[in-house]
Design a protein around this ligand. Structure first.
Ligand code: AMP
Length: 146
């Protein structure tokens, strides 16, 4: 048996829930009625974005079909913007289910990382300065709406 504690019930105070409630700041890339995309503050590569549903889902097991479709379509928009802004074809789409897999925030989210699987930086370790993230968010948002 694993020593890792598994979180199965949704915690309304998780950090992404606080973002959705407008309680903490973030660098927005895109938003619609079912999803929100923002810069990861501890990126595994430059331009790392997270896409979350506006649904209280801990992980993939909880995700409702409408929100699953919406997250995928937002991910597609973000990925295309990353290709344009960072001038690279390779974008990793990653999603962790459960602490055993390394999940640290228990509100379902998709990682979109302009990197190769062979070059990926460490997960959620090094924080990037806010001004840099704000600039990237602005460029990505502009590429999505163009
Ligand atoms: P995971 O481990 O798959 O649950 O990923 C959680 C991600 O959230 C990590 O990549 C963290 O760097 C990122 N993260 C944690 N806190 C914040 C925050 N306040 N704003 C943006 N990203 C965050």
């Amino acid at each position: 048996m694993s020593q890792n504690k598994q979180q199965t019930t949704y915690d309304d105070n998780n950090i992404f829930a606080k973002m959705l409630n407008g309680d903490i700041p973030y660098h927005k890339v895109y938003e619609d009625d079912k999803t929100l995309a923002f810069m990861d503050i501890m990126p595994q590569a430059e331009g790392h974005v997270l896409v979350i549903p506006k649904q209280k889902a801990v992980d993939l097991a909880d995700l409702e079909p409408d929100y699953a479709a919406a997250v995928l379509m937002t991910s597609k928009k973000v990925m295309q913007a990353q290709r344009q802004v960072f001038e690279r074809e390779g974008i990793i789409q990653m999603q962790l289910n459960g602490s055993q897999a390394g999940q640290t925030v228990f509100h379902y989210h998709v990682h979109l990382i302009p990197s190769s699987i062979h070059d990926l930086g460490r997960h959620a370790v090094t924080q990037v300065e806010s001004a840099k993230l704000a600039d990237m968010a602005k460029q990505l948002a502009a590429a999505i709406t163009a």
